[in-house]
Structure formats: structure tokens, C-alpha cells
Design a protein around this ligand. Structure first.
Ligand SMILES: Cc1cc2nc3c(=O)[nH]c(=O)nc-3n(C[C@H](O)[C@H](O)[C@H](O)COP(=O)(O)OP(=O)(O)OC[C@H]3O[C@@H](n4cnc5c(N)ncnc54)[C@H](O)[C@@H]3O)c2cc1C
Length: 507
């Protein structure tokens, strides 16, 4: 999908800077829509390290939509038990699936998956390759300038400079984003000098791999989390001013022994390590003309609560279909909905992860709580310019909400889940009237007619009644689902013109 190297300046539709989880997700989105792009990455190869090891349920749904859920799940563990030991030796257990989410046909994944971040990136890269795209490793963005029509980017590969002219440039280049700085976008917030964390991937002897082990101590917390699909654990220890912050094995071992009172656990030489510093910052804009920001380039915060990578992936999932639509001729204003929808989510994540961090520091250890706020299933865009419905305020489900899943949907041959039928990045219309046709020329609309006795491929029976229940549907309801799995429009009056007008506006 990437352009072949051509004489300078090369041209492409979208230049993505940075091949972390955010840039890779965006590239997959554009690749599956056939939008020409280039994805450049300063690193010589894939980034090592477990880093964002918690994949939240909403992100798992995104991975299902992208077609990589099986490979991600196969390298991780759902509902990792969390065993937290206090200074008095008292043990608290956590990490179980929340009772309220059990056996829900509308929620396929109810707990986070623990897997090293490099595994997630590996899965995204393999999907990108299947879609015909690739990562240009060892290629650094040095400078960018934009005009009304294009962005001109100076890149450097093995000391050689070249120019890429792109219609759009997306900075997925992490917390130190050069794209953000050169676009004059402020990164408001603060660096909390007093809060740091040692993180390392290492082999451990003398500790079982059945749980994420944490020890709370007046000096600070230390934890060891088994990393599924590897023989390693992720080591984390909070470091306050005056404490030794070296990543050397001797220091990691000494901290573990002091804080856990366990001398029987032996750490091996780290395979990867870092000293993380608390930065809590949010970009004041996500867009400057033809330049957009996503992921850590737009928001950074504490890893407490495990939200950063997830928020970046969901930024890219939100932006991808809009950018593809605009590249294919949709009105440019569609891109403004990206910041309007995603920046408030990041602001909430900053606040939430900060509260989590404070709680963890107060309790001298990470919180073992997992609930709706951490699993990101309540992320939504009610009130967005892209959300339209004719339901009263008291209705439980509105446009802008996450489109719920449903089980037991039967066509003439087999039963399916709704997410099996809606994946792939297209608009889907749920037609509860069973007979409605919407004039949606050029919009790549897929319609599922809900009928009692399906005979055609676009007809399904709601055998368990879960679909009507999840969507609070009547026999006159029409529900339009966006390519990123949020509800675009609901009408309970069978108003086909509303659906056609909506699609015409954004295509
Ligand atoms: C210790 C730790 C624990 C964490 N735990 C969690 C967790 O449990 N859950 C969670 O969701 N998140 C967690 N995170 C956060 C998560 O790792 C990040 O939010 C995530 O990596 C952000 O992804 P990204 O793609 O936006 O940016 P990055 O992963 O930072 O990727 C940016 C890429 O851009 C490249 N780049 C930079 N500048 C240029 C340039 N000029 N030209 C070309 N390429 C460039 C970089 O080399 C890099 O590969 C944790 C982070 C840390 C450090």
C-alpha cells in the first residue's frame, strides 16, 4: 500500500510519523480503505519492552474489528489475578471479572488482557503486512512545513535527506512529538519530578506465574507481573526523591527485598529496563491545518490504570475512517469531529489516571480495582456533531454511545454475534423494520434486515432477542453504526431519509 520510493519529492496522501501502537493502528485503517500512505519510524526496528501491558476490553473490540483479535488473545492472559500484600503481611486478591459484566451478550470482553506491548505491535504489523502496507524503519521526520494544499516533510534515512509531500500528516510520534512542536501546538500540563517508576522485563526465580504480585511498603510499592507468551515478568517499583533510581540488577533486587521482605525471590539481569517519569500533559489542539496528532503525541499521563496505549489505539480507530473518507472526497469538516470527540476522552483519562496514581501512592501500592472506568466500555460521543437520534433524554441508549454486541443472530445457515457481522470498518444499518432500503449511493453501506425467517444473506433473525434488547429497538427502529463501532444515528420512526441525509453529509 505504501508508495514505492520515487525521485524526490515523493508524494502520498497521508504521512504517518511513528510506528508505535497508534501509528500502526492508523496505518491498518488506511490500508484497508485503500488510501495511499507512508508510515515512517525513527527506530531501526520494533521497540522492545513490555510497557503498556494491559489491553482494555474496548481495545479488544477494536482488534476484533481489525481482524487481529485471535493473535492478540493467543499471546495474553485475560483476568490476570492480582495478589497484593500489605506491610502487615495481609493479602488482598483482585483482578476478577466484575460480577455486573458476567454473561452479557452485549459485552464480549469483560476484563483486560495482559500481554507485552511489543506483542500488540507485532500483531498490528503482521496485519498491516497482510493489507499490503509496511513500516519504513530507520526513517526520521526532521522538519515539516505546510501550505493550504499539502504538508512538506523532510525525512532522513541513513543520513540521506528526502522530501515527502503529503495531503495530510499525522504525528503518532510519542510524548516528545516533533510533529506537535513544529506545528506550534502547546502541550499543557506538568512534569511531576517527585514521581518516577523503575520498569524492567526480567526472568525471576522463586515466584509463581499464577498472579500479578504486588507488595505495599511505607517506602513505596514493588510489583512483578508475569508476561504471558514470554518467560519474563514485568518489574515495577515506584521511586520517590532521594531513592536510588538505577536500573542495575543489584538495585532492583535490593528494592524488592526491602519492600517485600522476601529474600527467596531472585531476579535475573533485565532484558529491557527504563526509568519512567510522571508527565501529565494534553495537547491544546489535535489539529493544525493539515497536521493531526494521535496517541502519546497528544496526551501523556501515568500508567496507573493502564490507559495510555489503549487511548492511542482508539484515537487512531476514530481518526482512521474519517481521514480515509476525507481523502476520498468527504468534507474536510469531518476531521474536526476527531478532536471534538477524542480530546475530552483524553482529558478524562488524565484526570482518572492521576487519581489512580495518587490512590496507589497513598496506599503504597497499585490499586487492584478494575471497573467500567478502566475498561473503557463507557467511552462515547453523545452530543457530538456526528451523533443524531430522535430519542428522549430518558432513553438508555443514544447516538454517540458504543454500539453494543449481541449474540444469537441467525442467517439461513448459522448463528453469529453482531460484531462478526459489523467488523471491517464500514457503516452498518440495523433495519428492525425488516424491509427498509436506504438510498445510500457511494457510501459503502451494509444493511442487516432483522426478520423472523431469514432467507437472503443480508437478513438475520434475532433468535434470543438480544439485539432488540441491546438497542432498545421497536419494529420501526433504524440504527446506523459507524465504522469505528459507535452509534451514528437512531430513529425509532423508520425515517429512511434521516439515514440517507446523514450518509450524504459525510461522504
Ligand atoms: C512503564 C510503562 C507502563 C505502561 N503501562 C501501560 C498500560 O498498562 N496500558 C496502557 O494502555 N499504556 C501503558 N503505557 C503507555 C504506553 O506505552 C503508551 O501510551 C504507548 O506506547 C503510546 O503509543 P504511541 O504509538 O502513541 O507512541 P509510542 O509508543 O511512543 O510510539 C511513538 C513512535 O514514534 C517514533 N518516533 C518518534 N519521533 C519520530 C520521528 N521524528 N520520526 C519518526 N518516528 C519517530 C518513536 O520511535 C516511536 O516508535 C505504559 C508506558 C510505560 C512507559
Amino acid at each position: 500500500m505504501s508508495d514505492a520510493t520515487s525521485p524526490t519529492p515523493a508524494e502520498t496522501m497521508v504521512l504517518i510519523v511513528g510506528a508505535g501502537p497508534t501509528g500502526l493502528t492508523l496505518a491498518c485503517e488506511l490500508a484497508r480503505k485503500g488510501i495511499p500512505f507512508r508510515l515512517i519510524e525513527a527506530g531501526a526496528g520494533p521497540q522492545p519492552g513490555s510497557r503498556g501491558k494491559g489491553v482494555q476490553p474496548r481495545t479488544l473490540e477494536v482488534f476484533e474489528d481489525l481482524g487481529i483479535i485471535d493473535r492478540v488473545l493467543s499471546h495474553g492472559r485475560m483476568a490476570m489475578p492480582m495478589q497484593s500484600t500489605g506491610p502487615d503481611g495481609a493479602v488482598t486478591l483482585g483482578g476478577a471479572e466484575p460480577e455486573s459484566l458476567r454473561n452479557r451478550p452485549d459485552i464480549p470482553y469483560t476484563t483486560s488482557l495482559i500481554t507485552p506491548q511489543w506483542r500488540v505491535e507485532q500483531a498490528l504489523r503482521s496485519r498491516l503486512a497482510e493489507l499490503g502496507g509496511d513500516v519504513e524503519f530507520g526513517t526520521t521526520l526532521e522538519r515539516l512545513e505546510q501550505s493550504d494544499d499539502a504538508v512538506s516533510a523532510t525525512i532522513v534515512t541513513a543520513g540521506e535527506k528526502a522530501t515527502i509531500i503529503a495531503r495530510w500528516l499525522v504525528g503518532c510520534d510519542g510524548g516528545h512529538s516533533i510533529v506537535r512542536k513544529q506545528s506550534g501546538i502547546a502541550f499543557e500540563g506538568e512534569t511531576r519530578e517527585g514521581v518516577r517508576m523503575l520498569v524492567a522485563d526480567l526472568a525471576v526465580e522463586g515466584l509463581d506465574r499464577d498472579a500479578w504480585h504486588m507488595w505495599r511498603h511505607p517506602e513505596g510499592a514493588v510489583s512483578l507481573c508475569p508476561l504471558p507468551s514470554t518467560a519474563l515478568f514485568q518489574y515495577q517499583a515506584s521511586i520517590t526523591p532521594g531513592q536510588n533510581a538505577e536500573t542495575a540488577l543489584e538495585n532492583l533486587q535490593a528494592i524488592l527485598e526491602r519492600r517485600s521482605s522476601r529474600t527467596d525471590i531472585r531476579l535475573n539481569e533485565p532484558e529491557w529496563s527504563t526509568l519512567w517519569r510522571a508527565n501529565v500533559r494534553l495537547a491544546d489542539r489535535y489539529r493544525a491545518g493539515r497536521v493531526l496528532l494521535a496517541g502519546d503525541a497528544a496526551h501523556v499521563h501515568s500508567p496507573a490504570g493502564g490507559q495510555g496505549m489503549n487511548t492511542g489505539i482508539q484515537d487512531a480507530h476514530n481518526l482512521g475512517w474519517k481521514l480515509a473518507a476525507v481523502a476520498a472526497g468527504a468534507p474536510d469538516a469531518l476531521l474536526d469531529s476527531y478532536e471534538a470527540e477524542r480530546r475530552p476522552i483524553a482529558a478524562d483519562v488524565l484526570e482518572f489516571s492521576d487519581a489512580r496514581l495518587a490512590q496507589a501512592l497513598e496506599q503504597q501500592g497499585p490499586s487492584t480495582r478494575r471497573d467500567a472506568s478502566t475498561i473503557q466500555l463507557d467511552v462515547g460521543y453523545r452530543g457530538s456533531a456526528l451523533a443524531q437520534d430522535d430519542r428522549g433524554d430518558a432513553a438508555e441508549l443514544h447516538a454517540g454511545d458504543r454500539a453494543p454486541d449481541a449474540t444469537r443472530l441467525a442467517d439461513a445457515d448459522a448463528e453469529h454475534r453482531l460484531f462478526d457481522l459489523t467488523s471491517g470498518g464500514r457503516f452498518t444499518l440495523l433495519d428492525f423494520t425488516g424491509t427498509t432500503t436506504v438510498d445510500a449511493a457511494g457510501s459503502d453501506l451494509r444493511t442487516l434486515h432483522i426478520v423472523e425467517h431469514p432467507t437472503r444473506p443480508d437478513e438475520i433473525a434475532d433468535v434470543g432477542g438480544h439485539l432488540a434488547q441491546a438497542y432498545h429497538a421497536t419494529p420501526r427502529s433504524l440504527v446506523l453504526i459507524r465504522p469505528d463501532g459507535y452509534i451514528a444515528l437512531i430513529t425509532d420512526t423508520g425515517d429512511t431519509h434521516a439515514v440517507a441525509d446523514y450518509l450524504a453529509r459525510i461522504h
